[in-house]
Design a protein around this ligand. Structure first.
Ligand SMILES: Cc1cc2nc3c(=O)[nH]c(=O)nc-3n(C[C@H](O)[C@H](O)[C@H](O)COP(=O)(O)O)c2cc1C
Length: 411
């Protein structure tokens, strides 16, 4: 017979939850696991960083980074799709002067491997995005800073000499959006990367199971959440007045969805954004079709990033490498970038062969940061660069100009 009353059971459950979520408990876990953690010198490839990252950060942070939407089909597909191609390597080509460098909107980078915009680096390492900026500069590559940076944009801009790009989310209102573009310009970012693939908040079930209900990471500004009430209604509520008479539900509310400003925008926004960017190149991130690539050209974009947001929004979006070719074909002279699942130098080489100008890397840079801080992030970038150099050398490709589709055999 169970003598515990329901009220007591509930109290015990609450206490267990409280203890488990206490920072002291988390620290004990970390201290235990640290004894098992290998040194950075023992990392053989980029994948090796993930378990170390997992051991070092809170479970909620790990799940936030690792997760994809719904069934996580796209998450798996982003990796598996690289196996559709093998190389057609050429022999007896003089590759002694291997050179991976390229110039992107006036910035010469050491290799076509950039840091994708990801939110909330403060969860991974104390200095957050300042550490990432220094790691990028040390490897002479571009970092794309997220709108949801845990450090002020201006501080990140000043953290290291090397040029940086700024990723823009539109919302929650237009004024805030233009203010961000202005701040990016004034603090010296060299380009805008406008993300278009998140008009509605996604469902990432790993996060929901951690009782984190939004796509926005803990501790990061809530720009991406459902539009807050503004104006009179919000003021009344703040002032403790009686709530305004109920407004009719929006369609999104009717369907139980959280939205972002992007749901209201169309291609005309790109024209306005170009004006506001006043000379900074504008790229559109989140493109997955030839049709949208052609529209990007038509509306004056300076580039697109073929991306499914690391499989974090629409599940059953295609793997990015599978649609890169059609986007490149529709782009004409406009440069096409890509991200999603890049973990090996050979993955990067396949994208370059299909016509990408450069590749962006998301999760691995966070694994590096969370595992070993700035040094870890730098090491991840160096490893990818070194693997790319090796793959190019073995394929008889001394520089990026020598790489084309003939390098690939479709399996
Ligand atoms: C933890 C996390 C946070 C992200 N935050 C943003 C963001 O703030 N803005 C954005 O445009 N993309 C964001 N992304 C998507 C990345 O820019 C990129 O598209 C994706 O991570 C690439 O896939 P990969 O992680 O497999 O390399 C985020 C991705 C992750 C994993």
């Amino acid at each position: 017979m169970n003598h515990t009353s329901p009220a007591r059971r509930q109290a015990l459950r609450a206490l267990a939850g409280f203890v488990a979520s206490s920072p002291l408990y988390a620290q004990r876990d970390l201290a235990d696991s640290r004894q098992l953690i290998p040194s950075m010198e023992e990392m053989i490839n980029v994948f090796d960083f993930e378990p170390v990252f997992k051991a070092r950060v809170l479970k909620t942070s790990y799940d936030y980074v690792a997760g994809g939407a719904d069934n996580e089909w796209t998450l798996r597909r982003n990796r598996e799709a690289f196996d559709k191609w093998a190389f057609r390597p050429r022999m007896l080509v003089n590759t002694a002067a291997l050179d991976l460098s390229t110039t992107l909107f006036g910035t010469r980078v050491e290799a076509p491997i950039l840091i994708a915009p990801t939110a909330g680096h403060g969860q991974m390492t104390a200095d957050g995005e300042l550490a990432t900026a220094r790691a990028a500069a040390a490897t002479q590559t571009l970092m794309v800073l997220s709108t949801n940076s845990s450090q002020p944009y201006e501080k990140v801009a000043a953290a290291a000499e090397f040029p940086k790009w700024f990723q823009l989310y539109a919302g929650p209102d237009m004024d805030g959006t233009w203010e961000r573009v202005e701040r990016a310009k004034v603090s010296g970012f060299k380009a805008i990367v406008f993300t278009v693939d998140g008009p509605y908040n996604p469902r990432r079930e790993r996060m929901l199971r951690n009782r984190i209900e939004t796509a926005t990471p803990p501790g990061v500004g809530a720009q991406q959440r459902a539009q807050p009430q503004t104006g009179r209604a919000a003021r009344r509520q703040r002032d403790g007045e009686e709530a305004a008479p109920a407004q009719p539900q929006t369609r999104a509310q009717h369907y139980g969805l959280g939205t972002t400003l992007v749901q209201q925008l169309d291609w005309a926004f790109i024209v306005e954004l170009k004006k506001r960017a006043a000379g900074m190149p504008v790229m559109i991130k989140g493109i997955l079709t030839a049709e949208d690539t052609a529209l990007a050209v038509k509306y004056g974009a300076d580039g697109v990033v073929v991306s499914n947001h690391g499989a974090r929004y629409l599940d059953y979006a295609p793997a990015t490498i599978e649609v890169l070719g059609e986007c490149v074909d529709a782009a004409g002279k406009m440069p096409v970038f890509i991200d999603g699942g890049f973990r090996r130098g050979s993955d990067v080489l396949k994208a370059l062969a299909l016509g990408a100008k450069a590749v962006l890397v998301g999760r691995p840079t966070l694994w590096g940061l969370g595992a070993y801080g700035e040094a870890g992030c730098k090491r991840v970038l160096e490893m990818l660069r070194s693997e790319l150099a090796l793959a190019m050398g073995l394929c008889g490709k001394p520089n990026l100009a020598a790489i084309d589709r003939k390098l690939l055999r479709t399996l």
